[in-house]
Unconditional design. Structure first.
Length: 212
């Protein structure tokens, strides 16, 4: 019986395998778009939310948002909201201000993230992911350590795993709380002194042109 439980757990922890993209994991590239894929075997389910993105040109987004700045992520904490979606609250140190008057540190939210299976099961109300199936997994006589390590992800279509060691150009809207605009289109990775790249679409922009 013990061997059967171990085999079942191994199968369930085979990874999140859906088409997804990450700069810290595997990236499936198609037509210059990186689809997020998480190879971590502790991830038991990933759900990608389809979204349509408008006004994705950096110059156009500059007009539509309240703040544009270069910064680094100090801390991130995920939370479940709405109907079981997940978002990350990021504490960001502002390195250079391009648009808007803001302090040297700001907390902004980003659509998409991960939470432990027990935390997702405890979320009240209806959810995108099947809590009954997740509860069955959580009850498979797993050790407390393993039970706390397995997690689920709910991410938007234009998503990538952020790297705390890198700088990003953030396009932020103040909409009853500061939030990144247009997911990966509004969080560009700085790749040299004056150039930033959209990790999802591979499009590049000149940072100095944003302030013109």
């Amino acid at each position: 019986m013990k061997k059967l439980v171990i085999l079942l757990v191994s199968l369930l922890l085979a990874g999140c395998g859906l088409i997804d993209s990450s700069n810290s994991g595997n990236v499936a590239n198609s037509n210059d778009v990186n689809f997020y894929y998480n190879p971590d075997n502790r991830c038991v389910e990933t759900r990608i939310i389809e979204k349509e993105y408008e006004n994705t040109d950096p110059q156009k987004m500059l007009e539509l948002v309240d703040y544009v700045f270069i910064g680094t992520i100090n801390e991130s904490k995920s939370e479940i909201y709405d109907d079981g979606k997940i978002k990350e609250n990021l504490k960001v140190t502002v390195k250079k201000k391009i648009k808007g008057d803001l302090s040297d540190e700001i907390v902004i939210s980003r659509d998409g993230g991960r939470v432990s299976v027990p935390a997702y099961i405890q979320y009240p109300g209806e959810t995108i992911l099947d809590k009954d199936s997740l509860a069955g997994l959580s009850n498979l006589n797993l050790s407390n350590q393993l039970n706390g390590q397995i997690y689920v992800e709910v991410v938007p279509k234009a998503y990538f795993m952020a790297d705390n060691t890198k700088e990003y150009v953030f396009f932020v809207r103040d909409n009853n709380g500061s939030e990144i605009y247009n997911d990966a289109y509004g969080m560009l990775e700085v790749i040299d002194q004056d150039k930033a790249k959209n990790v999802y679409s591979n499009e590049e922009c000149i940072i100095s042109e944003l302030s013109k």
